[in-house]
Design a binder for this molecule. Structure first.
Ligand code: TXA
Ligand code: MG
Length: 327
Protein backbone atom coordinates (compact mmCIF):
# COMPACT_ATOMS: atom_id res chain seq x y z
CA UNK A 1 0.00 0.00 0.00
CA UNK A 2 1.38 3.37 -1.08
CA UNK A 3 0.29 5.09 2.17
CA UNK A 4 2.16 2.57 4.32
CA UNK A 5 5.30 3.06 2.24
CA UNK A 6 5.14 6.84 2.73
CA UNK A 7 4.68 6.36 6.48
CA UNK A 8 7.65 4.00 6.64
CA UNK A 9 9.85 6.57 4.97
CA UNK A 10 8.92 9.33 7.41
CA UNK A 11 6.07 10.95 5.48
CA UNK A 12 2.69 12.21 6.66
CA UNK A 13 -0.54 10.61 5.39
CA UNK A 14 -4.22 11.41 6.03
CA UNK A 15 -5.97 8.19 7.04
CA UNK A 16 -9.61 7.31 7.70
CA UNK A 17 -10.77 6.07 11.11
CA UNK A 18 -14.32 5.41 12.30
CA UNK A 19 -14.38 8.74 14.17
CA UNK A 20 -12.64 11.35 11.99
CA UNK A 21 -9.68 11.33 9.59
CA UNK A 22 -6.24 11.35 11.20
CA UNK A 23 -3.00 13.00 10.09
CA UNK A 24 -0.69 10.03 10.57
CA UNK A 25 3.07 9.67 10.96
CA UNK A 26 5.53 7.18 12.47
CA UNK A 27 5.32 7.60 16.26
CA UNK A 28 9.03 6.70 16.58
CA UNK A 29 10.40 9.09 13.95
CA UNK A 30 11.09 12.55 15.42
CA UNK A 31 11.18 14.31 12.05
CA UNK A 32 7.92 12.72 10.96
CA UNK A 33 6.24 13.79 14.22
CA UNK A 34 7.51 17.34 13.78
CA UNK A 35 6.03 17.39 10.26
CA UNK A 36 2.60 16.61 11.72
CA UNK A 37 2.78 19.68 13.98
CA UNK A 38 3.99 21.76 11.06
CA UNK A 39 1.35 20.60 8.54
CA UNK A 40 -1.50 21.16 10.99
CA UNK A 41 -0.12 24.42 12.34
CA UNK A 42 -0.53 22.78 15.73
CA UNK A 43 0.91 24.44 18.86
CA UNK A 44 3.92 22.48 20.18
CA UNK A 45 2.35 22.10 23.62
CA UNK A 46 -0.65 20.11 22.36
CA UNK A 47 0.19 16.38 22.54
CA UNK A 48 -0.61 13.71 19.94
CA UNK A 49 -2.50 10.42 20.24
CA UNK A 50 -0.66 7.18 19.50
CA UNK A 51 -2.65 4.66 17.44
CA UNK A 52 -2.18 0.92 17.94
CA UNK A 53 -3.58 -2.07 16.04
CA UNK A 54 -3.50 -4.77 18.70
CA UNK A 55 -4.15 -4.64 22.41
CA UNK A 56 -0.72 -5.91 23.54
CA UNK A 57 0.85 -2.75 22.13
CA UNK A 58 -0.63 -0.61 24.91
CA UNK A 59 1.62 -2.53 27.35
CA UNK A 60 4.66 -1.83 25.15
CA UNK A 61 4.28 1.94 25.43
CA UNK A 62 2.47 2.50 28.76
CA UNK A 63 3.00 1.62 32.43
CA UNK A 64 0.82 1.68 35.59
CA UNK A 65 -2.25 0.43 33.72
CA UNK A 66 -5.02 0.12 36.34
CA UNK A 67 -7.60 -2.67 36.57
CA UNK A 68 -10.36 -0.24 35.58
CA UNK A 69 -8.65 0.33 32.26
CA UNK A 70 -8.78 -3.39 31.57
CA UNK A 71 -12.56 -3.25 31.98
CA UNK A 72 -12.61 -0.44 29.41
CA UNK A 73 -10.41 -2.50 27.05
CA UNK A 74 -12.89 -5.36 27.31
CA UNK A 75 -15.98 -3.22 26.80
CA UNK A 76 -14.80 -0.78 24.15
CA UNK A 77 -11.51 -1.74 22.48
CA UNK A 78 -10.99 -1.71 19.60
CA UNK A 79 -13.23 1.34 19.53
CA UNK A 80 -13.64 5.05 19.94
CA UNK A 81 -12.35 5.56 23.48
CA UNK A 82 -8.83 6.96 23.93
CA UNK A 83 -7.07 6.20 27.21
CA UNK A 84 -4.22 8.11 28.86
CA UNK A 85 -1.55 6.32 30.91
CA UNK A 86 1.95 7.02 32.20
CA UNK A 87 4.27 6.60 29.25
CA UNK A 88 7.24 4.31 28.91
CA UNK A 89 10.64 5.65 27.85
CA UNK A 90 10.12 4.61 24.20
CA UNK A 91 7.52 7.36 23.65
CA UNK A 92 9.26 10.66 23.06
CA UNK A 93 8.51 14.01 24.63
CA UNK A 94 7.74 15.36 21.16
CA UNK A 95 4.68 13.11 21.00
CA UNK A 96 3.45 14.00 24.47
CA UNK A 97 4.49 17.67 24.43
CA UNK A 98 6.72 17.01 27.42
CA UNK A 99 4.06 15.27 29.51
CA UNK A 100 4.76 12.06 31.40
CA UNK A 101 1.58 10.51 30.00
CA UNK A 102 0.60 9.25 26.56
CA UNK A 103 -2.87 8.97 25.01
CA UNK A 104 -3.54 5.64 23.27
CA UNK A 105 -6.19 5.00 20.66
CA UNK A 106 -7.09 1.53 19.30
CA UNK A 107 -9.42 2.31 16.38
CA UNK A 108 -12.34 0.11 15.41
CA UNK A 109 -11.92 0.93 11.72
CA UNK A 110 -10.42 -2.03 9.92
CA UNK A 111 -8.82 0.21 7.33
CA UNK A 112 -7.12 2.23 10.06
CA UNK A 113 -5.81 -0.91 11.76
CA UNK A 114 -4.60 -2.33 8.44
CA UNK A 115 -2.63 0.85 7.71
CA UNK A 116 -0.96 0.84 11.14
CA UNK A 117 -0.10 -2.83 10.75
CA UNK A 118 1.28 -2.42 7.26
CA UNK A 119 3.37 0.60 8.19
CA UNK A 120 5.21 -1.68 10.65
CA UNK A 121 5.18 0.92 13.43
CA UNK A 122 2.71 2.81 15.63
CA UNK A 123 1.19 6.02 14.33
CA UNK A 124 0.64 9.40 15.89
CA UNK A 125 -2.50 10.90 14.37
CA UNK A 126 -4.25 14.05 15.44
CA UNK A 127 -7.42 14.91 13.56
CA UNK A 128 -6.52 15.71 9.93
CA UNK A 129 -7.70 19.32 9.91
CA UNK A 130 -5.80 22.59 10.10
CA UNK A 131 -5.46 23.56 13.75
CA UNK A 132 -8.60 25.31 14.99
CA UNK A 133 -10.81 24.13 12.11
CA UNK A 134 -13.59 21.54 12.30
CA UNK A 135 -12.31 17.95 12.09
CA UNK A 136 -12.37 16.18 8.72
CA UNK A 137 -14.84 13.35 8.16
CA UNK A 138 -14.19 12.57 4.49
CA UNK A 139 -11.32 12.73 2.01
CA UNK A 140 -12.62 15.98 0.41
CA UNK A 141 -12.40 17.78 3.76
CA UNK A 142 -8.80 16.57 4.09
CA UNK A 143 -8.05 17.79 0.57
CA UNK A 144 -9.54 21.23 1.35
CA UNK A 145 -7.29 21.67 4.39
CA UNK A 146 -4.14 19.79 3.40
CA UNK A 147 -3.77 19.99 -0.38
CA UNK A 148 -0.19 20.93 -1.19
CA UNK A 149 1.01 20.12 2.32
CA UNK A 150 0.94 16.32 2.25
CA UNK A 151 1.38 13.88 -0.60
CA UNK A 152 -1.23 11.24 0.27
CA UNK A 153 -4.82 11.08 1.49
CA UNK A 154 -6.23 7.56 1.85
CA UNK A 155 -9.86 7.81 0.83
CA UNK A 156 -11.95 5.51 3.03
CA UNK A 157 -15.22 7.32 2.38
CA UNK A 158 -17.18 9.12 5.09
CA UNK A 159 -16.38 8.28 8.71
CA UNK A 160 -19.13 6.16 10.24
CA UNK A 161 -19.25 8.12 13.54
CA UNK A 162 -18.10 11.60 12.55
CA UNK A 163 -17.13 12.77 16.05
CA UNK A 164 -13.71 12.27 17.68
CA UNK A 165 -13.03 9.58 20.28
CA UNK A 166 -13.92 10.02 23.95
CA UNK A 167 -10.77 10.69 25.99
CA UNK A 168 -10.31 9.39 29.55
CA UNK A 169 -7.29 10.06 31.74
CA UNK A 170 -6.38 6.79 33.48
CA UNK A 171 -3.16 8.13 35.01
CA UNK A 172 -5.03 9.88 37.84
CA UNK A 173 -6.29 8.22 41.08
CA UNK A 174 -9.83 8.22 39.63
CA UNK A 175 -10.46 8.18 35.86
CA UNK A 176 -11.27 11.65 34.49
CA UNK A 177 -13.19 12.41 31.31
CA UNK A 178 -11.12 14.89 29.29
CA UNK A 179 -13.18 14.94 26.09
CA UNK A 180 -16.73 13.64 25.62
CA UNK A 181 -16.93 11.96 22.22
CA UNK A 182 -18.05 9.06 20.09
CA UNK A 183 -18.84 6.80 23.06
CA UNK A 184 -21.21 8.54 25.47
CA UNK A 185 -20.38 9.29 29.10
CA UNK A 186 -23.38 7.20 30.15
CA UNK A 187 -22.03 4.14 28.32
CA UNK A 188 -18.62 4.57 29.92
CA UNK A 189 -20.10 5.03 33.41
CA UNK A 190 -21.77 1.64 33.03
CA UNK A 191 -18.27 0.14 32.96
CA UNK A 192 -16.39 2.57 35.26
CA UNK A 193 -18.97 4.23 37.55
CA UNK A 194 -16.27 6.26 39.33
CA UNK A 195 -15.54 8.29 36.16
CA UNK A 196 -15.13 11.96 37.06
CA UNK A 197 -16.97 14.23 34.67
CA UNK A 198 -16.93 17.97 35.26
CA UNK A 199 -18.38 20.20 32.59
CA UNK A 200 -16.25 23.19 33.71
CA UNK A 201 -13.12 21.15 33.04
CA UNK A 202 -14.13 20.69 29.43
CA UNK A 203 -15.00 24.24 28.48
CA UNK A 204 -12.89 26.79 26.60
CA UNK A 205 -9.89 28.62 28.03
CA UNK A 206 -9.62 27.30 31.57
CA UNK A 207 -6.27 25.56 31.57
CA UNK A 208 -2.72 26.42 30.63
CA UNK A 209 -1.95 22.78 29.95
CA UNK A 210 -4.06 21.74 26.98
CA UNK A 211 -5.08 18.31 28.26
CA UNK A 212 -7.70 17.99 25.56
CA UNK A 213 -8.55 20.07 22.50
CA UNK A 214 -10.36 23.29 23.22
CA UNK A 215 -9.16 23.47 26.80
CA UNK A 216 -6.81 26.22 25.74
CA UNK A 217 -7.27 26.81 22.02
CA UNK A 218 -10.28 27.84 19.95
CA UNK A 219 -11.50 24.74 18.15
CA UNK A 220 -13.89 23.42 15.55
CA UNK A 221 -14.52 26.97 14.43
CA UNK A 222 -15.67 28.00 10.97
CA UNK A 223 -14.62 31.49 9.80
CA UNK A 224 -18.15 32.83 10.25
CA UNK A 225 -19.25 33.44 13.89
CA UNK A 226 -21.48 30.77 15.41
CA UNK A 227 -24.24 31.16 18.01
CA UNK A 228 -25.57 28.06 19.73
CA UNK A 229 -29.20 28.05 20.87
CA UNK A 230 -29.78 25.66 23.76
CA UNK A 231 -33.10 24.65 25.31
CA UNK A 232 -36.26 22.70 24.64
CA UNK A 233 -36.61 22.12 20.89
CA UNK A 234 -39.90 23.95 20.20
CA UNK A 235 -38.64 26.94 22.19
CA UNK A 236 -35.28 27.16 20.42
CA UNK A 237 -36.97 26.85 17.04
CA UNK A 238 -39.36 29.68 17.99
CA UNK A 239 -36.45 31.84 19.18
CA UNK A 240 -34.62 31.35 15.88
CA UNK A 241 -37.72 32.27 13.88
CA UNK A 242 -38.27 35.44 15.91
CA UNK A 243 -34.65 36.63 16.05
CA UNK A 244 -32.62 35.43 13.11
CA UNK A 245 -32.09 37.44 9.95
CA UNK A 246 -33.37 35.75 6.75
CA UNK A 247 -29.89 35.86 5.18
CA UNK A 248 -28.13 34.14 8.07
CA UNK A 249 -27.44 30.42 8.16
CA UNK A 250 -29.61 28.13 10.29
CA UNK A 251 -28.66 24.59 11.25
CA UNK A 252 -31.62 22.84 12.87
CA UNK A 253 -33.29 19.48 13.34
CA UNK A 254 -35.29 18.02 10.47
CA UNK A 255 -38.54 18.29 12.46
CA UNK A 256 -38.30 22.12 12.28
CA UNK A 257 -37.16 22.62 8.67
CA UNK A 258 -40.64 23.63 7.49
CA UNK A 259 -40.63 26.56 9.97
CA UNK A 260 -37.84 28.16 7.96
CA UNK A 261 -39.12 27.95 4.37
CA UNK A 262 -38.55 31.66 3.85
CA UNK A 263 -34.91 31.53 5.02
CA UNK A 264 -32.12 31.39 2.47
CA UNK A 265 -29.67 28.93 4.05
CA UNK A 266 -31.17 26.18 6.19
CA UNK A 267 -29.32 22.91 6.89
CA UNK A 268 -30.68 19.80 8.58
CA UNK A 269 -29.04 17.89 11.43
CA UNK A 270 -31.40 14.97 10.80
CA UNK A 271 -34.00 13.96 13.36
CA UNK A 272 -33.56 14.90 17.02
CA UNK A 273 -34.38 11.26 17.75
CA UNK A 274 -31.30 10.08 15.84
CA UNK A 275 -28.35 12.05 17.19
CA UNK A 276 -25.89 9.64 15.54
CA UNK A 277 -26.90 11.30 12.26
CA UNK A 278 -26.27 14.77 13.73
CA UNK A 279 -22.83 13.53 14.87
CA UNK A 280 -22.04 12.34 11.33
CA UNK A 281 -23.17 15.62 9.80
CA UNK A 282 -21.97 18.33 12.15
CA UNK A 283 -18.39 18.92 10.98
CA UNK A 284 -19.45 18.64 7.35
CA UNK A 285 -22.15 21.28 7.92
CA UNK A 286 -19.76 23.66 9.70
CA UNK A 287 -17.40 23.35 6.74
CA UNK A 288 -20.25 23.72 4.23
CA UNK A 289 -21.43 26.95 5.90
CA UNK A 290 -17.98 28.43 5.49
CA UNK A 291 -18.34 28.10 1.74
CA UNK A 292 -21.58 30.09 1.55
CA UNK A 293 -20.78 33.61 0.36
CA UNK A 294 -21.89 36.81 2.10
CA UNK A 295 -23.03 35.09 5.25
CA UNK A 296 -22.53 36.93 8.54
CA UNK A 297 -23.65 34.46 11.13
CA UNK A 298 -24.50 30.80 11.77
CA UNK A 299 -27.23 29.87 14.28
CA UNK A 300 -27.39 26.28 15.49
CA UNK A 301 -30.21 24.53 17.32
CA UNK A 302 -28.43 22.51 20.04
CA UNK A 303 -29.23 18.85 20.65
CA UNK A 304 -30.44 17.72 24.07
CA UNK A 305 -27.45 17.41 26.42
CA UNK A 306 -27.37 13.68 27.10
CA UNK A 307 -25.75 10.71 25.38
CA UNK A 308 -24.17 11.67 22.08
CA UNK A 309 -25.92 15.07 22.41
CA UNK A 310 -23.47 16.08 25.18
CA UNK A 311 -20.51 15.30 22.93
CA UNK A 312 -21.97 17.20 19.99
CA UNK A 313 -22.74 20.17 22.26
CA UNK A 314 -19.18 20.14 23.56
CA UNK A 315 -17.94 20.69 19.98
CA UNK A 316 -20.61 23.27 19.19
CA UNK A 317 -19.90 25.23 22.37
CA UNK A 318 -16.29 25.45 21.27
CA UNK A 319 -17.21 26.33 17.68
CA UNK A 320 -19.28 29.21 19.11
CA UNK A 321 -16.43 30.34 21.40
CA UNK A 322 -18.99 30.41 24.19
CA UNK A 323 -21.60 32.49 22.32
CA UNK A 324 -24.52 30.46 23.67
CA UNK A 325 -28.13 31.49 24.24
CA UNK A 326 -30.11 29.43 26.76
CA UNK A 327 -33.85 29.61 26.25
O1 TXA B 1 -10.98 10.19 17.20
C1 TXA B 1 -9.91 10.69 17.48
O2 TXA B 1 -9.46 10.71 18.63
C2 TXA B 1 -9.08 11.27 16.32
C3 TXA B 1 -8.70 10.14 15.36
C4 TXA B 1 -7.87 10.61 14.20
O3 TXA B 1 -8.07 9.12 16.06
N1 TXA B 1 -7.92 11.97 16.80
C5 TXA B 1 -7.99 13.16 17.44
O4 TXA B 1 -6.74 13.70 17.76
O5 TXA B 1 -9.05 13.71 17.69
P1 TXA B 1 -6.56 15.22 18.25
O6 TXA B 1 -5.10 15.41 18.41
O7 TXA B 1 -7.25 16.12 17.33
O8 TXA B 1 -7.21 15.23 19.66
C6 TXA B 1 -6.66 14.46 20.73
C7 TXA B 1 -6.35 15.32 21.91
C8 TXA B 1 -5.17 16.26 21.76
O9 TXA B 1 -5.49 17.45 21.15
C9 TXA B 1 -4.71 16.51 23.17
O10 TXA B 1 -5.29 17.69 23.67
C10 TXA B 1 -5.22 15.28 23.90
O11 TXA B 1 -5.93 14.50 22.99
N2 TXA B 1 -4.07 14.53 24.37
C11 TXA B 1 -3.13 13.88 23.65
N3 TXA B 1 -2.20 13.34 24.43
C12 TXA B 1 -2.52 13.66 25.69
C13 TXA B 1 -1.94 13.40 26.97
N4 TXA B 1 -0.83 12.73 27.11
N5 TXA B 1 -2.56 13.89 28.06
C14 TXA B 1 -3.71 14.59 27.93
N6 TXA B 1 -4.32 14.87 26.75
C15 TXA B 1 -3.73 14.41 25.66
MG1 MG C 1 -8.39 17.68 16.72
Amino acid sequence: MEGARILQSGGVVAIPTETVYGLAADAFNENAIKKVFEVKGRPQDNPLLVHIYKLEQVYDICKDIPKEAERVFEAFWPGSVTLIFNKKECISDTVTAGMKTVAVRFPKSEIARAIIKESGTLLVAPSANLSGKPSTTNAEHCFDDLNGKISCILDGGSCSIGLESTIIDMSTPEPILLRPGAISVEEICNVIPNLIYKKELLSVGNSDIPKAPGMKYRHYAPDVPVTLIEGEYTKTSKWIKENVNKNDVIICFQEFLSEFNDYKYVYSLGSFNKLNIAAQKIFDLLRECDKVENVNHIYIQAPKSSGLGSSINNRLEKASSGDIIHI
